[in-house]
Ligand binder design. Structure first.
Ligand code: ATP
Length: 595
């Protein structure tokens, strides 16, 4: 297949900010793609070569990229650098530098999707000494034979800056339309995606074997499953109402969610965002390897612990484990334990269809026989409650042990991969601020810093996620709670996500100086939620023409890099929080009147 149709589609996608138009462009592209290339094209349009959990990166240094552009465009390095200083984007630099390059058709090899993918793959897989030079040669080999427009996208891809704003859900919609003619079939595709986390494979299965084959997709060892999530509730009564007469109440530990995949002689750990984090926790891997089974997929919360007192430590301590070198030392200094809470697969069979109660029994049996230290490998404490008072009592003991609150789960529920429903609810302790909970919001824009903050960002525009429309809607501007180290870090990390206009999936009435693609999620607290004419979160849900906004927001210091943007607090959750706040206020007013 020629690379050109892909480039044309990329160009059209860059021009549009409507999700429907994005889907239409994708449908046309997918329909003209040969079935055996569908997986590769699906990855390429999302700026990837493999599913995210493989953690494959191109790893070409910026300087090398500029050298490749210089060598293929016939321009000097200083000319290329001058263009780069102006554009600030390596792809655009390639596009501009290569415009004047004559097309050397005589010896040039044809630019096909197969060739481009295969070369990208080689670039990603070249490692070790001298690898930068090899990568440079490979990139240059593509640029030599490409047009300026092709070169522009090739470099954007190689530098991880192909930002077309296509979410997984848009691809699922497009696949459903392209291959079944009916968007409603997206549900089937989504289920397969939820248990495999691999859009390319789902797409290829659909294109080559049809919808029935996609329906039959099962959990597979070493392919992460999208996690089941919880809705929030504000009281034990509300939690109990959501259950049918009995509730499994568990400690909600404040650590990192880990999905353990154990094979006979291999183990992998995946984060909540399904990235491989096996290297962060060799101690957890070792303990899990000793479980009494051949193969298993389990979920648990890794928590930092003070070994002297047995006390759980805050989530931030786990940051010390995120490193490539010196992990032995980090294990010594920052010990952790794993608290398992679910089992999804055991010895060749998916267990997700079992009721939660039965999965828990299976989990207990499997952990009982483990040889690991009982301190290291635990099962989350649980009680079965039949009335709210029991939930409250267990909550008090959870908080005393350093937990955030409790999780309340429906004992009869199956494991619903990727779903956030009331089958699991979370009840957190009241914070000292007026709002009962923190919010995890996506950074979508910024204002330049002034005074002490010159050269950094002064305030960040934050958005909540609206899953119905797959859009991020602004809810507040935050400028407090940042240390100098944070300011520096935000500036550095957000630089990778700067775009020249408001992102297609962002909705706001605010005018910002800098825009970002939705990528980074941070935790904030606030004093209350108010109606707002300029923020668009939950627009019209409470009052026509008004969205909801946070009053006195403050960054808590937690960067939620374990969450992808679509896992941010939703606009519906903010509506619930707003209604809850009204209820508290009116109850307080009533009791004052009664006095
Ligand atoms: P939060 O922001 O409240 O941590 P979240 O959005 O990360 O929540 P939720 O599904 O809302 O995810 O809350 C569940 C999270 O709580 C899980 O992802 C997991 O990391 C953690 N957790 C701690 N203890 C448990 C438990 N016993 N069962 C399930 N999840 C637990």
């Amino acid at each position: 297949m020629d690379f050109q149709p892909l480039v044309e589609t990329f160009g059209k996608m860059e021009q549009t900010s409507s999700r429907l138009a994005l889907t239409d462009h994708l449908v046309i592209l997918l329909k003209q793609t040969p079935a055996d290339l569908i997986d590769k094209v699906t990855y390429l349009i999302q700026g990837k070569l493999y599913p995210d959990y493989e953690g494959i990166e191109m790893g070409l240094a910026e300087r090398m990229a500029l050298r490749a552009i210089a060598s293929s465009s016939g321009k000097s390095m200083s000319e290329v650098e001058a263009i780069y200083r102006k554009t600030g984007d390596i792809g655009d630099t390639a596009g501009k530098a290569m415009v004047s390059k004559g097309q050397s058709t005589l010896f040039s090899e044809q630019m096909t999707v197969e060739r481009v993918y295969c070369t990208f793959d080689k670039i990603a897989k070249t490692t070790g000494p001298g690898s930068q030079e090899t990568k440079l040669r490979l990139v240059a080999s593509l640029l030599n034979d490409s047009t300026a427009e092709e070169g522009r996208y090739i470099m954007k891809f190689v530098m991880g800056a192909l930002r077309l704003g296509i979410a997984d859900y848009t691809v699922l919609d497009a696949l459903a339309v392209a291959f079944t003619g009916d968007k409603a079939n997206r549900k089937v595709l989504e289920n397969a995606y939820n248990v495999s986390s691999d859009l390319g494979t789902v797409a290829k299965l659909l294109a080559t074997k049809g919808l029935a084959a996609v329906k039959a997709v099962q959990i597979t060892l070493f392919k992460p499953i999208r996690p089941m999530l919880a809705e929030r509730v504000s009281t034990a009564e509300e939690a109990m109402e959501r259950m049918d007469s009995r509730a499994a109440v568990e400690y909600k530990l404040d650590g990192e969610r880990v999905q353990i995949h154990k094979g006979r002689d291999r183990i992998e750990l995946f984060s909540r965002r399904l990235e491989k984090i096996t290297d962060h926790y060799p101690d957890v891997s070792k303990a899990a390897m000793s479980l009494a089974c051949k193969e298993a997929i389990m979920e648990g919360e890794v928590v930092a612990i003070n070994l002297q007192t047995g006390e759980y430590l805050p989530f931030q301590q786990l940051m010390h484990r995120r490193r490539k070198h010196g992990i032995e030392e980090a294990m010594e200094n920052y010990p952790v334990v794993i608290n398992l809470f679910d089992i999804l697969y055991l010895d060749g069979k998916s267990r997700t269809e079992l009721p939660y109660e039965d999965r828990r029994k299976l989990l207990e049996k499997t952990v009982k026989g483990a040889k690991a230290d009982g301190m290291m490998l635990k099962i989350v404490p649980q009680v079965i409650a039949t009335e709210p008072g029991e939930i409250d009592r267990f909550m008090a003991s959870a908080i005393e042990s350093g937990c955030e609150g409790v999780m309340v789960k429906m004992p009869s529920s199956t494991y619903r991969a990727g779903a956030r429903e009331y089958l699991w609810v979370k009840l957190k302790r009241e914070y000292r601020t007026e709002l009962a909970d923190t919010l995890d919001l996506v950074i979508v824009g910024a204002l330049h810093g002034r005074g002490r903050r010159v050269g950094k960002y002064g305030a960040l525009l934050l958005a909540a996620y609206d899953p119905k429309e797959d859009i991020f809607r602004s809810v507040t501007k935050v400028g407090t709670g940042f240390t100098d180290v944070h300011l520096e870090q935000f500036y550095r990390e957000l630089e990778k996500h700067v775009i020249h206009q408001k992102h297609a999936r962002v909705d706001t009435g605010m005018d910002m100086e800098v825009w970002f693609e939705p990528a980074m999620v941070i935790e904030v607290i606030a004093s209350e939620i108010t109606l707002s004419p300029s923020h668009t979160a939950a627009m019209g849900a409470i009052k026509d023409g008004y969205g909801l906004a946070l009053r006195f927001p403050k960054f808590t210091g937690k960067i939620r890099d374990d969450k992808e943007p679509e896992a941010a607090t939703t606009t519906d959750e903010i509506v619930t929080m707003y209604r809850h706040q009204l209820k508290i206020h009116s109850e307080a007013a009533k009791s004052k009147e009664e006095e």
